[in-house]
Structures are given as C-alpha cells and as structure tokens.
Design a protein around this ligand. Structure first.
Ligand code: PEP
Ligand code: MG
Length: 320
C-alpha cells in the first residue's frame, strides 16, 4: 500500500503518564526503511537481513552486504537500528546457507544455527555490519535469531566483539531462551522477543498452517507467561537490560498495552501499525497497563484474554 494513505505516527511512544516506550519498525531493506521513517517510526527494532538476499544463489560479498545494510542505516541517522543476522532456514531458504531437504524446517538448522554447518558466513556478515555501521550515523545494535542457550549467546557476543560490534543481543523466540533469560542475558546487552516463533514453539503449532491459527496466537496464556519470565530474568540480572518485542504481537494495539504492562521496553512492528499502537498506548497509565497484563495472565485461554483486555480499552472502537 501507499505510505501516503496511511496514518502517520507523530511523536514518541508513551503511556498517558509519560512512561516512554519507543515505537520501532520491522523492515526488510532500504525501501521499507524509508517508508517506516515517513510513517514516524522512532527507529528500527527488527531489520530482517535475509530479505536483502532471498534472490541470491551465492553468498553476497562483504561489500555487497555493507551497501545493503547502509541503505537501511541511512534512513535513520542518529536513531536506533536493530539488525538481525541472517535468519535463513529450509522454510526461508538461502541456497548458500540452508538445506532445503530438511524434514522439519522449523526445528532445523536455521537462524544462528547455520553457523554450525556453514562457518564463516556469520563472521563475514558481522564484518559487513561493522563496516556499514562505521559509515553511517545510525545507532546500530545487532542480534542473533534462534538463540537457544546461554552458551550460544556468549559465543555470539564474542563474535560481535571480534568484529568490533559493541551492542550484541539475542532474539528470544525459542522457549528455552525465555526460560533461562537471566543466564542468556548475562552475555549480551539486550533481548528482543520474537513472539511469532515463540508462539509457534510454545504451542508446538507450525505458524504457517491455517488450521492451527487458534493455537498460534500470542494471546495464549503460555506465551504471555514466557514474556513475563523473560522480563523477570532480565530484572534478576539486575542491570535493566532492555527487552523489546518485535513479533506481530507488538502490532496489536491491545496486546501492545499488555506487553508494556509485562515490562517490555520497546515495541517493533510493521510500520502501518505504529499510529494505532501509539494512540492506544497514550490512553493508559503504566499502572493500568500492568493491571491489564495481570488480567490477561489470569484468563483461562487466549480468547478470553483478548476479549477481557479489549473490553477495558474503549479507544479501540474509535480506531475501528
Ligand atoms: C518472530 O519470530 O517473532 C520474529 C519477529 O521473527 P520472524 O517473524 O522473522 O521469524
Ligand atoms: Mg522468528
């Protein structure tokens, strides 16, 4: 759709009582980033780098990669851009990285795990990111997808350090990482909850299968509990490391309020949802968001959680 026809988010993400929650965009490349900036994104919370190279049979050179990354960074001078390293897998193949014959792609060699089978690609990507970052004015953060253990987080942080990248983080989208978030976060500076995969894995329900859509919602009590545990782990770590959300959950204005109530520090979403999420967030105080989070957690199932929270947010009706 055309950015000109969409509502523009104006200002900064905040609750009614001034608790700031930066509203960021999910992007796949420079064109998306320009559109997100025009729609008022305060930065990028998820740059899906694999989208830059889906047409490629061979690994892009470090120079080609750096140019693609810089195209996104340059749309947000002085702003935060969270880049995710390649999240290829048999379901989202990059021929130079993935094995299309895997019987069970969601549980396969994907995301950070491709470093087990194709070493070198991640190092070269980090080199390209460091180069592009030096040549741009964006505040570049870098995270790895599909981190499952603290040891993986530690190794990723070392690789970032070796490349000269000072802001390593992890996606929390595998339940094991959510359940052990204190020890995972010990090694990195931030976490970003990928609620799409976190839901798929918590519910053992392939996110691509229509008949499982009712299971596959981040309103599931199990998913909300995993978000709560991840934030609790970060607080246990004691140094207030940021925990954002970059899955589709953040684009649902009612759920976004619940996530803020659960303690997440940023919300990243498709740019067209920024205005609605920003509008609804401004109608509640942090304490009210926390109350709504408790309400959602107390619901017996996803449908009730959603209905109960939505009933307490009359502004949703104005948004249509
Ligand atoms: C997620 O899993 O929630 C996520 C943001 O990443 P992707 O949708 O690209 O897997
Ligand atoms: Mg994911």
């Amino acid at each position: 759709e055309n950015a000109a026809t969409l509502a523009v988010f104006d200002g900064h993400g905040t609750t009614a009582d001034g608790h700031l929650v930066p509203l960021l965009a999910n992007v796949g490349g420079a064109k998306d980033a320009a559109k997100a900036a025009a729609l008022g994104a305060q930065g990028v919370g998820l740059f899906r780098t694999e989208f830059c190279f889906l047409e490629r049979d061979t690994e892009p050179t470090v120079e080609e990669q750096a140019a693609a990354y810089k195209g996104v960074f340059d749309a947000f001078p002085g702003k935060k851009v969270v880049l995710r390293t390649l999240d290829a897998g048999a379901d989202k193949p990059l021929p130079f990285l993935t094995d299309a014959t895997e019987p069970n792609p969601a549980l396969g060699v994907r995301g950070y795990r491709t470093d087990f089978t194709t070493p070198g690609v991640l190092e070269r990507q980090l080199e390209a990111i460091a180069t592009a970052s030096r040549e741009s004015e964006a505040d570049v953060w870098v995270m790895a997808p599909m981190i499952s253990t603290a040891a993986e987080a530690s190794r990723f942080a070392s690789m970032c350090d070796a490349a000269g990248i000072k802001t390593p983080g992890v996606m929390v989208e595998v339940p094991s990482a959510a359940l052990t978030s204190a020890s995972v976060l010990r090694h990195v500076g931030f976490a970003s909850l990928g609620t799409n995969d976190l839901t798929q894995y918590a519910m053992a329900a392939d996110r691509q299968l229509g008949p499982l859509a009712e299971l596959n919602t981040p309103w599931q009590p199990a998913v909300l509990r995993l978000v709560q545990l991840t934030v609790a782990g970060s607080l246990e770590e004691g140094n207030g490391k940021p925990v954002g959300v970059c899955g589709e959950a953040a684009a649902d204005p009612a759920l976004a309020v619940v996530l803020v109530g659960l303690g997440v520090t940023t919300l990243s979403m498709t740019a067209r949802s920024l205005a609605a999420v920003g509008t609804v967030l401004r109608t509640v105080t942090l304490e009210q968001a926390q109350e709504l989070a408790r309400l959602a957690l107390s619901a017996p199932d996803a449908l009730d959680a959603k209905a109960w929270v939505r009933a307490k947010l009359p502004v949703l009706e104005e948004l249509g």
